[in-house]
Design a protein around this ligand. Sequence first.
Ligand code: AMP
Length: 644
Amino acid sequence: MTSPAPSTMPSFEQLGLPDSLLSMLSEVGYEIPSPIQAACIPYLLAGRDLLGEAQTGTGKTAAFALPTLAKLDLSNMRPQVLVLTPTRELALQVSEAFTKYAHHLQNFHVLPIYGGQSMVVQLRQLSRGAQVIVGTPGRIMDHLERKSLKLDALTMLVLDEADEMLRMGFIDDVEWILEHTPSTRQTALFSATMPATIREVARRHLREPEEVRIRTATSTVEKIRQRYWLVRGVDKLDALTRILDAEEKLDAALVFVRTKIGTEELADKLAARGYAAAALNGDMTQSLRERVIEQLKNGSLDIVIATDVAARGIDVPRISHVINYDIPYDTEAYVHRIGRTGRAGREGVAILFVAPRERRMLKSIEHATRQQIEPIALPSREDVSSLRVSQFKQKVLDTLADPDMELGFFMSVVEELVEENDLSSRELAAALAYLVQAGRPLQIEEEGRGWDQATALHTQGKPLREDIFTTGAPRSRTGRRDANAIPAKVFDNGKVQRYWIAVGRDHGVMPKDIVGAIINESGIEGRSIGQIDLFDDFSTVELPAQLPDDLLNVLRGVVVRSQRLNIRPVRDDENLPVRRPQNRDDPRRDKKPSKPWEKKSGEKRFARSGDFRPPRRDDARQSERRSFADKGKVSGWKKRRGHE
Ligand code: AMP
């Protein structure tokens, strides 16, 4: 069968998932199941085998992870579920997804197992036990042969990206593994394409499988000009604002994201940058939603950030642009989204953000809409700044030329100001222009500082964290001893710990962004930040061990490349590999894993192990100053506080 149409999509409750998973889903902001989830979850819960044709981005991981979690026996530590993936990146991603979805499940353990990882560590982890194993075929075979992995309690086997496993030459290993698992198991096979070999594997190893396919009905979208931007280098929020600024004939824009939380976060960030933007999602009351749509119609809002569900049926002729900030789950959702523009005989523009991993969905969309989608280059910051300047000049000239604008009264106020304060009219005009544009600067931040203004929201009004780095009793910003601040001894043990953060290569992050955000938001100085390893959608960073909870809370909320860091210590059983940055310019590239207490040339400090002293307050100040100076320009944060 194919997936259900969005209009008939059931809720997660209707799919029969248990309460523990439903509450987690609402916390992570998933509004409704994606088509592949709606189609697969009931079959998997019912114990049926499944053949799913679905690619990355369709939500297939949750499609098998949620029913799998619903059926686990958490009191049993033997492997009950095995997921085979072609690459270790995917193994890590799938493990991460399981950990996220199992948030409310006590005693849940998932273990990623892949080649290149230390055998000794893996053997130790396997001996401790885990209900879910996610691994690459070669290494799983090794463990089965050594008998360090026993699958006699296995109830479920998932083959993820089976066509990739075929392409990479793993299909024989996969079959070998299938033959060494209990024949009573349930099996789900997911593949973006269904070549004959995969069908043959399914025929041999799946029992009367249900077939699920994401529909790719072709549709005509003639009045809509479709374009895409390949997400790279610049963060998505930065790219979005440049597009909003530079697009010609942009009247109103509907921006699509995947989660309810995503709508609010993005609307807040755009509003903080001076755009008339609001969220539209299923958590809002009907009357609130109607108000947002009314405001979009009458022009008091220009940008609405919506989920697919909330935007259903919107008919606002002034929507000139639909921006797919998060890629849709399938082509049908895409066609539905972009149909919100090009209404009432007008021309519409659709822009799609595509991460490198999501290119296949781009191809499917081109196929479904029978149109080639053109790539766009982002306008540079200079282009956007000069555009803003010329728009500003034009606004001033229009005001002067408009006979309806009664400027007489203001003329006299201006003359008074000039005379009373001995000002030049240039100075006065510049001050007024500044006031007018304060919420939306004409000059925008330089590269790599996309997080800057967003994170400023977190720091406004709060003291910087430098006071916790003093030796002895902590001081407040005024220099007084502050009994409430956290004593510095928490850093005295000199130990380093690896922390997980929710921003990775796919978000376009560079190590310098992470370092900059940590320094500026927490006051931790640069030298206390150790190795950074970048993965696709997360990274790890070494920091002093046992960071105090309130500092972690601050860091958790820090936004880098539009992602909240959600920092947490890496658990021992995660066994994440080390991944050096490839960027030649990165100062950490050739550095050994940094230990703050190790002596560096020209430095007297941290001479030997155990000599790690907490950075001093002055150090934090210095590094803060340095980091601003390094950028050659003060940040939006500073600008707003001090108008420097
Ligand atoms: P996948 O295709 O499994 O790689 O999932 C793609 C992305 O969609 C991931 O970032 C998921 O967190 C997200 N996602 C999966 N299901 C849903 C849903 N029902 N609602 C919102 N986001 C989802």
